[in-house]
Design a protein around this ligand. Sequence first.
Ligand SMILES: *Cc1c(COP(=O)(O)O)cnc(C)c1O
Length: 431
Amino acid sequence: MNREKSTRLFDEAKQYFPGGVNSPVRAFKSVSGPPLFIQKGEGPRITDVDGNTFIDFCCSWGPLILGHNNPIVREAVFKTAMNGLTFGTPTHHGNDIGKFIVDRHRYIDKLRFVSSGTEAVMSALRLARGATGKSKIVKFEGCYHGHVDSLLVKAGSGLITFGTGSSAGVPEAHAKDTLVLQLNDLAAVEQAFQLHGEDIAAVIIEPIPANNGLLLQCKEYLLGLRHLCTQYGVLLIFDEVISGFRVGFEGAAGYYDIQPDILTFGKIIGGGMPVGAYAASRELMSHIAPEGPVYQAGTLSANPVAMSAGLATLEILAEPEFYQEMERRTLLFVNILRSHIESKGYEMSIQTIGSIFWLAFTKDRILRSDQIDPASMEHFKVLHHLLLENGVYLGPSGYEVGFVSAAHDDCTLTDAAETICVCLDKVFQAA
Ligand SMILES: *Cc1c(COP(=O)(O)O)cnc(C)c1O
């Protein structure tokens, strides 16, 4: 595979951006070679500046549930952009998508648009703290919530300790307000509530943890979390930046039929434009300025072009059978991989929910991030390289999940699955 132009552009980019990128995982550090500079996308495929084409399972890390360059979304963007890009005033585009979501999501009374998932989470935490008057937050190891200071925190040593910053520049005071627990452990949550319940504003969780492998939790665990939060007067935040509109129109909350107090969105909600949102009951949202004292604002929030891309996307997702069809296709793809792995006896498994999948290099069902063996990522590195050579693009880290889009038809998925099987044979032969 020729990566000449990508290599040259990456060398140039290193002069302008730290590590040559504007978001760290893009740098291909955990796989081999320079990152590919993508020129265009069409349906399930992307093409790089050297003319190589790939079946894409990264899909811009999740937003592109309709695949690349969807003509309906593109037209909606063009049409709105004809009248100007932004006014910093309310527009009917905001109302249109607001109504569309509120009418179809049983757990949302009101929402507020922002410009990224990180901003949504950050604002949701402020709302939780403002509404409860408490300051501490509980999060779970292996869940990612954007680069919010108080959540860039990992577990300290000991069972229930406050966290330590997982990034330089996170003040110790922030880390001290964040309790980090392991997933799938209700007893730990109860113990934390007993010790610190008076001070805990909220528990935040990815109900479908998909940023550190796919750590699918049991419904009983999520229900237990809901009950404990209610019992101790702690708000439950579902970070649905990935799962929202992905596993169903009502996301994980609808999928598991569990009502969180606050929900956060990003990725799909903007249809490929920078959009995030947080949502809650009428009562909770009344704490947000200008209605209430919790301040939160944004120059480009709900800008009409982004709202149009989001609405055009959501309208397609709301069509009957959309999600059943996505799941059917994903299973078609996953089952080809599963039966190959089974027949060869490879030490790996495929986790999946809705149109999300993850290649795990272990046979065990993994529920917590500390069950992932970092050494297994060597297999992924080899696989990633082989797949690029053979026209399949996965996100450049073994901890990232893959996404199937509505543009990935049966034929494309079968081709991709067969390519992955051939490449897996090479990975395990080499090992
Ligand atoms: C991607 C993601 C975020 C951060 O969203 P950005 O738009 O990248 O700021 C937050 N939470 C979850 C669960 C995510 O997957």
